[in-house]
Design a protein around this ligand. Sequence first.
Ligand SMILES: Nc1nc2c(ncn2[C@@H]2O[C@H](COP(=O)(O)OP(=O)(O)OP(=O)(O)O)[C@@H](O)[C@H]2O)c(=O)[nH]1
Ligand SMILES: [Zn+2]
Length: 226
Amino acid sequence: MKIDKALEEQYEEFGNEHAMSSAETPLRDDAFDLSDSEKIERIEQDVYSIMETLGLDLTDDSLRGTPRRVAKMFVQEIFGGLHPQKKPNASTFENKYKYGEMLVEKNITVYSTCEHHLLPIVGRAHVGYISNGKVVGLSKMNRIVDYFAKRPQVQERMTMQIVQELQKVLNTKDVACVVDAKHLCVNSRGIRDIESSTVTAEFGGKFKDPAVRREFLDYIKLDTEF
Ligand SMILES: Nc1nc2c(ncn2[C@@H]2O[C@H](COP(=O)(O)OP(=O)(O)OP(=O)(O)O)[C@@H](O)[C@H]2O)c(=O)[nH]1
Ligand SMILES: [Zn+2]
């Protein structure tokens, strides 16, 4: 009986780990049954309730609009990238000029939200790819980063999602992304370590080759300041 229980726990643990390896944002099937305006209505009530529980006077003219303001900000701005319809349409072009080297879009601003504390993540993303016949509009790389940033996130998953999307758009595995970001949940509360930042990386295809990876890292030189 005891052994069964242990095996069951082990299986559960493995199962959880397995689920964690997916780069998909965990969303329910009914995530988009409500319209954006219905979500705003509901979240407004929820934020109202939080503020009321905290003892705030919601008739005060500075606080009165906060529940609706926060609800709109959640749905339309900081979590706007949850909706697949908001995914940027990344126009690609033929690489007619046969540019054969690495292309790096560096220092892309990242504003995201930590899914454990709902506090900001602020930093930079650096994206590189080697063309397999297609090139993508430069700004589309910034837009793809911004789309995946506008979700409750962990930095590891966001980094993988950016790479996987660009691999799809460019039809090549040869894509890399490094993100260097500060998590306010580490900097401003809890351990309150203001200096630390988090670096995550995902290297696909040719970027697994140490020389190619080195070239990419030399271009981005991780000397970013926030
Ligand atoms: N791996 C990973 N962890 C993150 C990320 N963002 C926040 N975290 C961590 O998530 C963890 C949540 O841990 P808990 O112990 O449940 O939360 P807590 O009690 O508020 O922990 P402290 O932050 O240590 O006070 C914290 O260690 C955060 O630093 C992220 O992008 N990736
Ligand atoms: Zn956090």
